[in-house]
Ligand binder design. Structure first.
Ligand SMILES: C[S@@+](CC[C@H](N)C(=O)[O-])C[C@H]1O[C@@H](n2cnc3c(N)ncnc32)[C@H](O)[C@@H]1O
Length: 455
């Protein structure tokens, strides 16, 4: 790697030259699932509009009572003086007075909510630069987060698409060139901060951006820590065993998206064509036939999918820890290709969630099992969506058991609840708890306790 100081911040990972992406991160030793490969605080963060006023603008923690900043007439809220002081020093003093006018302006109001959060994040990023930190452009200290930020690859942006930024109170002398330098690295280095997979903000984590490339079948994933009084922290965690010499990559989008959508998104936001193993495989599949709407044929397809993923029937206990689903994906028989059609997953998820909310538990358990088979093929091992879905399946089996609204015998429903809980715990434990207190791992424990009390 060109920059030994950046490398010294990462243990067990080396950056190697890569013809398509400048550098790629390679494991210098093997890592077991759940290992935290890199832990970094946000350089900049902005809450999504729906969370403003419910979470601290400094640490993103959700608290009942927040102090509001009197300077900007209640546009920024803090969990306490520690966050208010550090946010003031880092950025807020530069935008406090002008922020209310900025968010009321037509230019801001016309933006979709997602772009509004980016306009604020861009304003925060520019506001936190000071004249000492402009020097990295001319080659300043190389290991500071600001310097690492300026060493990032720019994305495929045009300045005409840049969102408006909040005028700075005192330092309106930030040169346009510098704003452009920030914006050009912005879209392709911008992470959605989530709590239990719900987006709560957007953040920039320069070192993580400098190190990790994208893959549609990643072996690592980010998770976020929210601690009162501290800026949100991102951990990049190994999802499965990573062998020495293997590239470590995360997924920049939802891996369940169809091939074409993934390619378009990666090209538009990040400016590259993905050549990962999965994309190479899918690019050769040619035309993907749409699934039939004939109920009989549709049932045949879902049966075939389940039989392929669970060849000896469904035994969640046995399936835990199986790591050969990704190989199964590449050996998928042609009659299963319609499951890769873009409407298959949204329609199946819709059937599952509608049926579980309406109390049609048998329909939900059936659709949910097909969905699990699909997820196991499409998602990398231990991807959190698999854990969240198996938890939903446990809750559905439990509700069917409690309500008695099911043709499945009670003993089987309680066994099913147990199976899905065991599965959910095994998957969710790999990334571990993240975001707000509570969350899926605690739900797993609560439901396990209820189940034990019954026995
Ligand atoms: C967050 S950076 C990743 C680190 C980058 N490789 C570097 O050397 O700084 C994102 C940028 O890296 C490149 N990149 C990341 N993953 C890639 C991939 N799978 N194929 C090609 N380019 C990739 C793209 O230019 C993208 O905009």
């Amino acid at each position: 790697m060109e920059d030994p100081e950046v490398l010294s911040l990462t243990r067990g990972i080396r950056l190697e030259p890569d013809v398509y992406s400048r550098n790629k991160a390679v494991a210098s030793c093997s890592f077991s699932p759940g290992t935290v490969l890199l832990s970094v605080p946000a350089w900049c963060m902005a809450l999504v509009p729906s969370e403003k006023g419910h979470r601290c603008d400094g640490c993103a923690v959700r608290v009942g009572e927040l102090l509001n900043c009197s300077g900007c007439r209640g546009n920024y809220w803090y969990c306490g003086t520690k966050c208010q002081r550090s946010d003031w020093k880092a950025r807020h003093k530069h935008i406090c007075r002008s922020y209310p006018g900025f968010v009321q302006s037509d230019a801001y109001q016309r933006l979709p909510p997602d772009v509004q959060v980016d306009a604020t994040l861009l304003s925060h990023s520019v506001a936190r630069l000071d004249t000492n930190e402009i020097s990295p452009l001319e080659g300043g200290r190389s290991s500071s987060p600001t310097s690492v930020f300026f060493s990032l690859l720019p994305g495929p942006v045009s300045m005409s698409a840049a969102p408006p930024i909040c005028p700075l109170n005192s330092r309106n002398l930030i040169p346009a060139k510098l704003v452009h330098e920030v914006y050009s690295r912005f879209g392709n280095n911008n992470f959605v901060i989530h709590s239990h997979l719900n987006p709560i903000g957007h953040g920039v984590f320069p070192l993580a951006s400098r190190v990790f490339n994208h893959s549609c079948s990643p072996n690592a994933a980010p998770k976020y820590h929210l601690v009162p009084g501290e800026v949100p922290r991102m951990d990049i965690t190994a999802l499965r065993e990573i062998r020495e010499g293997e590239e470590i990559a995360i997924c920049y989008l939802d891996p369940a998206l169809p091939f074409q959508s993934r390619q378009e998104h990666l090209q538009a936001i990040y400016g590259f064509t993905c050549r990962c193993t999965r994309c190479s495989f899918e690019s050769q599949l040619g035309h993907i036939p749409s699934p039939s709407h004939d109920p009989h044929e549709s049932q045949q397809l879902t049966r075939a999918l389940r039989a392929y993923v669970f060849p000896s029937g469904f035994h969640p206990g046995q399936a835990i820890g199986r790591s050969d689903y990704s190989d199964a994906y590449y050996r998928m028989p042609e009659n299963l290709y319609p499951v890769l059609y873009q409407s298959f997953l949204p329609e199946l998820s819709e059937t599952f969630s509608r049926a579980s909310h309406e109390g049609s538990y048998d329909v939900a358990l059936d659709a949910g099992l097909t969905l699990l088979a699909f997820y196991l093929l499409i998602y990398p091992p231990n991807y959190p969506q698999i854990g969240l879905h198996t938890l939903e399946m446990a809750k559905t089996a439990w509700n069917a058991f409690i309500s008695g609204d099911s043709v499945i015998p009670e003993a089987q429903l309680s066994q099913m609840t147990q199976w899905y809980l065991t599965y959910a715990r095994a998957v969710l434990d790999v990334l571990g708890p993240e975001g707000d207190e509570g969350g899926p791992l605690e739900e797993v424990e609560t439901l396990s306790r209820l189940l034990r009390e019954l026995q």
